[in-house]
Design a protein around this ligand. Sequence first.
Ligand SMILES: Nc1ncnc2c1ncn2[C@@H]1O[C@H](COP(=O)(O)OP(=O)(O)OP(=O)(O)O)[C@@H](O)[C@H]1O
Ligand SMILES: [Mg+2]
Length: 495
Amino acid sequence: MSERTLARLSRWPLRRQLVAGIVMLLVVATVVIGVVTVAVQRHTVLDRVDDQLETVLEAQRSAVEDEAQEIPRMRARSVVVIEADGVEEVAELTDESGVVSPLSDAERHQLLDGAGREPYAETVQLSDHGSYRVTSAALDGGGQVVVGQSLSEVDQTIRDMTLSFTVVGLLGVTLAALGGRWIIRLGLRPLERLARTASQVSQTPLAEGTVSMPSRVQDQDTSPGTEVGQVGAALNRMLDHVEDAIGRRQSSEDQLRRFIADAGHELRTPLAAISAHAQLMERRRTEMPEELGHSSQRIRSESQRMGLLVEDLLLLARLDSGVPLAEEPVELARILVDVSADAQLTAPGHQWHIDLPEGAADLTVRGDAARLHQVVSNLVNNAKDHTPEGTSVILRLRADRADAVEVTVEDDGPGIPEELQPRIFDRFVRGDGARSRGDAEAGQGNTGLGMAICAAIVHAHRGTIRCESRPGRTRFVIRLPAAPHSAGPAASARG
Ligand SMILES: Nc1ncnc2c1ncn2[C@@H]1O[C@H](COP(=O)(O)OP(=O)(O)OP(=O)(O)O)[C@@H](O)[C@H]1O
Ligand SMILES: [Mg+2]
C-alpha cells in the first residue's frame, strides 16, 4: 500500500478504520479457509476415486491375464482400454446411463500415452468427454490395461462446495461487519463523550478574565478498569489542576489590580499637592536663583507626568477588571474632526488630513465617547511624537460592510522599529528614542502605555486594533462593531 493511501486511510474516523480492518481480516480468513478446505476435500475425493480405480484395474487385469475369466463390465462414467497380445483390443467408454460406446483413436492414444508413467493415477482431459482420473497397469504377457473414472461428479461437488463457501462467507462477512460496526460504535461512545469534553475545554478562553471551566468527564467514563476510563480520569485530574492554576492566576491578578488601583488613588492626592506647590513656586520664579527656578519647573513637569502615568495605570486597572464602559451612541466622525483640529494646533509642523465618507455622521458605534476619543488621540499623538516635522498624517473613517466601522490613522513617517511591532500593544513598550524624544523637560516624556490603553479600550468595545508598519508607511486600523442603525455610505470627501 502506498504511503499516500496509508495517510488517507489514517485520516478516516477510528470507527471506519476498525470496521474496514475487521472486514479485511475476515475476507482474508474466509478465503484462506475456503481454499484450503476445498483443496483438502478434492484431494480426499480423488484418493477415494483412485482407490476404486485400483480395484477396477486389478479386476480388469486379472480377467485379461486369466483367459478363463470374463472381462467385467465397467461402471457408469468410466473408460477402459486394453491392448494385449492375443486379446481383442478394447477401447470403450460407458456413459452415465450405462451405454457403452467406442473411444476414438485419438482418445485411445491419449490414454495409452499416459500409461505406466508417474504419477501412477493422473487426470486426463478427454476432448469430447471431460476430465477422467486414469490409472494403468502393464500386463505380464505384454500390453496395457488402462481404466479411468469420469471426474464430472467430483468437479460438480467441488463447484457446489465453492459456491456454498462463497455465499456463506459473504453472508458471514456482512453480518460480522454489521455486528462489528455496532459493537465498535457502542465501544467508542465513551471516547466520543471524552472528545466532546476535551473540545469544550479547547474552546474555553483561558488566557485572561474570569474563566469558567466546562463540566468534567462523567463518572461512567472514568472507571480505572478501562482504557477510556483511565484517559477520562486523567482528563478530569488535568482539568482540576488547570482550574486550580487559573483560579490562582485570577486571584493574583485581582490582587495586583486592586493594589494598582489603591496605590493610584493614594498617589493622586500627594501628586496633586506637589504639582500645586510646584506651580506656586514657579509663579515666583523671578524671586529665586535661576537654578532653583529650573528645579521648581522640573518638579512641576515631572509631577504632571507622574499624574498622567497614574491616570493611565488606573484606567488600565479599571479596564482589566471589566468595569462596564458607557454604552451611548458615539459619532466617530466628530471625534476624528476634533482630534485632527487639536493636532493641527499643537503640531502645525505636520500635515494633517482627514478623510470622511459621505454621510459620515451616520457612522456610529455604541460605547464610551471619552474613551474612544482617547484611542484616536493616542494614535494621533504617536504620529506626532514619533515622526519628524513635515510628516503627513491622515485620519480615515470607513464603513466596513454593514456591521463594522473602521478608523485608520496612517502616517508616512520612519515607521515602528521591527522588533517592537509584535509587542506594540503590550504595556510599557516604547522605542529607544521615545523617552528622550518626548519633551520630558516639558513634562511629556513617553510611558509606553499609549498603545496598551488603545488596545484595552478597543477590546472593551468588542473591537479589534491592528498595526502595519514599514519605513514610509505606518497604519493603525481600528474596527468596531457598528451601532444597529449605522448606515454604510460609499463616496468619500477629503478635508
Ligand atoms: N506612528 C508611529 N511612528 C513611529 N513609531 C511609533 C508610532 N506609533 C508608535 N510608535 C512606537 O511605538 C512605541 C509605543 O507607543 P506607545 O504609544 O504605546 O508608547 P509611547 O508613545 O512611547 O508612550 P505614551 O503613548 O504612553 O506616552 C513608541 O514608543 C514608538 O517607538
Ligand atoms: Mg504614545
